[in-house]
Design a protein around this ligand. Structure first.
Ligand code: NAD
Length: 321
């Protein structure tokens, strides 16, 4: 299979590129990335030079450039990771989110239609469902109710994908995953931000009361779920991906401080994010049952080795922060 991976220099996309090259040595991967502030080719430094891996710097919303790639390399499949991914940035200015997450997805869908791409996976997020309070879980049938400009741009892309499936009967699938953690995550996101600040004895900025709940999954588990969706998922379907690991932000902050032997006084409550969603929680039963996927990692067991990774990769994060 010849796969176009968009956003393959980002946190999850780079893990997926490495996963595919390891798990499917016969596949050929074409990584198309604009290299925004979040795209970093060092995330792929472990890849050995190989005739099975190619990199093209391009914007997915640049239809002509993307078209040249799809045409030249006669691709079979597209998996779309490319996105503006940080909620806080979308609150400051959402224009890049509209450009990449909506127009970029539209450009790829047009290419899928014109070039009769055999599989297309849209990598989406549980944030399209909005916020849960105390009880319940997001299922694939939960209504879309995005609350941030980021989530709204991702939900818009999901609706475009749905419309291309219904209208043109294209082989499209959507994954909606919960919060990821792991190596090479850009240090604006909660876990790497807290680890890196705690390592430097700096304050940890905690939004509001710190009782916001996120459902955490290791990036490697997410990537294996995406591989299962790409290869075995049913066209037109949505698959929720999560590891049944709800944790409050304050719990994660305390755990990182404790693992590093730092005092709780480093915690600093800061002004809350506008429109902050209270709780996300994914019901992953569908992908578990239908695609026989199960997560292998659990956050509580992984945090100490993740802290070691950030300790050992100081040169990587120093360049970014
Ligand atoms: N991080 C999470 O916890 C999480 C959870 C669920 C879903 N997702 C989704 O997974 C995908 C990847 O997330 P991530 O955390 O790896 O993001 P990231 O911000 O780390 O990486 C995004 C990548 O996309 C590239 N990119 C941005 N705009 C582009 C454009 N116009 N054309 C080509 N490339 C472009 C960037 O250069 C970067 O390499 C996103 O679609 C995101 O919505 C993320």
């Amino acid at each position: 299979m010849r796969i176009l991976v968009t956003g393959g220099a980002g946190f999850i996309g780079s893990c997926f590129v490495k996963t595919i090259l390891k798990e499917r040595p016969s596949y050929e991967v074409f990584n198309m990335d604009k290299l925004t502030y979040a795209g970093n080719l060092e995330n792929l430094s472990e890849i050995q030079p190989s005739s099975k891996y190619h990199f093209v710097q391009a914007d997915i919303a640049d239809f002509e450039k993307a078209k040249n790639v799809v045409e030249k390399f006669q691709l079979d499949a597209i998996i779309n990771f490319a996105a503006e991914s940080h909620v806080d940035r979308s609150i400051q200015d959402s224009s890049a989110f509209i450009h990449t997450n909506i127009q970029g997805t539209h450009s790829l869908l047009e290419l899928a239609r014109i070039y009769k791409i055999k599989r297309f996976v849209q990598v989406s997020t549980d944030e399209v469902y909005g916020s849960l309070e105390e009880g319940g879980y997001f299922t694939e049938n939960t209504s879309l109710a995005p609350n941030s400009p980021y989530a709204a741009s991702k939900a818009s892309a999901d609706l475009l994908v749905r419309s291309y499936f219904k209208t043109y009967k294209l082989p499209l699938l959507i994954s909606r995953c919960s919060n990821n953690y792991g190596p090479y995550q850009y240090p604006e996101k909660l876990i790497p931000l807290f680890i890196i600040r705690a390592l430097q004895n700096q304050e940890l900025p905690l939004y509001g009361d710190g009782l916001y709940v996120r459902d955490w999954i290791h990036v490697q588990d997410h990537c294996l779920a995406l591989l299962a969706i790409l290869e075995k998922g049913k066209e037109g379907e949505v698959y929720n991906v999560g590891a049944r690991c709800e944790r409050k932000n304050i719990y994660i902050a305390h755990k990182i401080l404790s693992l590093l032997g730092r005092p709780k006084t480093l915690l600093r409550s800061v002004q809350d994010r506008l429109g902050h969603d209270r709780r996300y929680a994914i019901d992953p039963s569908k992908i578990e049952k239908e695609l026989s996927w199960k997560p292998k990692f659990q956050l509580d067991d992984d945090l100490s080795s993740l802290i070691e990774w950030y300790k050992n990769h100081e040169a990587w994060w120093r360049k970014l922060s």
